[in-house]
Design a protein around this ligand. Structure first.
Ligand code: HEC
Ligand code: HEC
Length: 297
């Protein structure tokens, strides 16, 4: 073979490798099935509440349904939360366990394309397979609702395939928790809730110019449109105790006797106020952990 041809073949193989690396959907458990037991459905209902899914996916007319249509407005465009009731045509009625695992753990659509991160799938990526399947069990047990949701309004260059590269860039950031060891199980549970299910960092961690959370300033506060999102890192929470954090998650009252406003109200109403006491304690233990860390000798 001529040297030029060899170079061409090698380049094509390398390019193909890069394409596959970017685009091939990750492997998920092919034996997984969506459970149908009452226990799984009940666990899933709790996870959907704790995950704040309803805040984005609630119906426009009936807020108790998760039939979608609400716009998530960002600097990059408007993204409409889909209908996640089991309607076969306009919802997720035909989804398999593998579709749920791909979507929630990897941000991939059933056809292998990519979701936009207005769907906080990078936070949900830390859910266990069991948790995702329980969520699926609950969603599949709901009454199907027919509702077609608008397609995203994005600039021409922001195609779904662009997210392939975006995800790889986001992978280069330190990941939530970054190998931190927790003093006890309660704090570890709090970390799981904060990082994954509760996706607190999706709003409270500032983003870089590409919209990727800047993990070097984790929980340092951000701006969302014209809304100021306060920091919730160790420094900002210096005056908070486990009890005051608990109370805030339950009713929105801060130690300075102000009430939470804006989007945090939604989070409290739909999500943190409905957690079990143990899970609220866990979040409080996690966010105030620096205060009761053992003092170095
Ligand atoms: C911050 C808002 C937000 C939250 C919170 C959220 N989602 Fe979504 N979700 C979206 C958006 C927006 C999309 C569509 C993204 C796109 O068009 O690429 C989406 C897409 C989905 C899809 C894909 C549906 C389809 O038809 O392709 C599923 C399934 C889903 N979300 C489930 C959930 C579950 C379960 C939770 C809670 C654990 C949740 N979402 C929380 C905004 C949200
Ligand atoms: C949808 C975006 C969003 C999400 C998700 C979110 N927050 Fe917030 N949070 C806000 C906004 C906005 C404020 C400011 C509210 C205000 O102006 O009173 C806030 C305020 C707070 C405050 C008060 C800070 C202070 O000093 O006044 C705490 C504590 C807090 N959030 C904790 C959490 C925790 C814990 C989670 C995860 C379970 C979370 N937030 C998830 C948007 C969010």
């Amino acid at each position: 073979m001529q040297p030029r041809k060899i170079v061409l073949v090698v380049c094509s193989i390398v390019l193909l490798g890069i394409m596959l690396w970017l685009l091939l959907p990750p492997a998920v458990n092919s034996a997984a099935v969506v459970p149908t037991t009452a226990d799984a459905i009940a666990r899933g209902q709790y996870l959907v509440t704790a995950g704040g899914c309803i805040s984005c996916h609630h119906g426009i007319e009936r807020e108790t349904e998760i039939s979608g249509g609400l716009a998530v407005e960002t600097d990059y465009g408007n993204f409409y939360a889909p209908n996640i009731t089991p309607d076969a045509d306009t919802g997720i009625g035909t989804w398999t366990a593998q579709d749920f695992l791909q979507a929630l753990q990897h941000g991939r659509t059933p056809s292998g394309s990519f979701y936009y991160p207005a769907f906080p799938y990078r936070a949900y990526a830390g859910l266990s397979e069991g948790e995702v399947l329980d969520i699926a069990a609950y969603l599949m047990s709901l009454q199907p609702v027919v509702n077609v949701v608008p397609v995203p309004e994005v600039p021409w260059w922001l195609t779904r395939w662009v997210m392939a590269g975006w995800n790889r860039l986001a992978d280069l950031q330190p990941q939530p928790g970054n190998g931190e060891e927790y003093a006890d199980e309660l704090t570890a549970r709090g970390a799981h809730l904060a990082y994954h299910l509760g996706h607190c960092g999706e709003c409270h961690t500032p983003r870089n110019s590409l919209g990727i959370p800047d993990m070097s300033r984790e929980f340092a506060g951000a701006e969302l449109g014209d809304e100021v999102i306060e920091p919730i890192n160790a420094e900002a929470l210096a005056d908070w105790t486990v009890d005051s954090f608990d109370l805030f998650l339950l009713i929105g009252l801060k130690p300075d006797e102000e009430f939470a406003g804006g989007d945090m109200n939604e989070v409290i109403e739909h999500n943190t106020s409905k957690l079990t006491d143990a899970d609220r304690d866990a979040l409080a233990a996690f966010f105030t952990r620096q205060q009761h860390a053992p003092v170095a000798p």
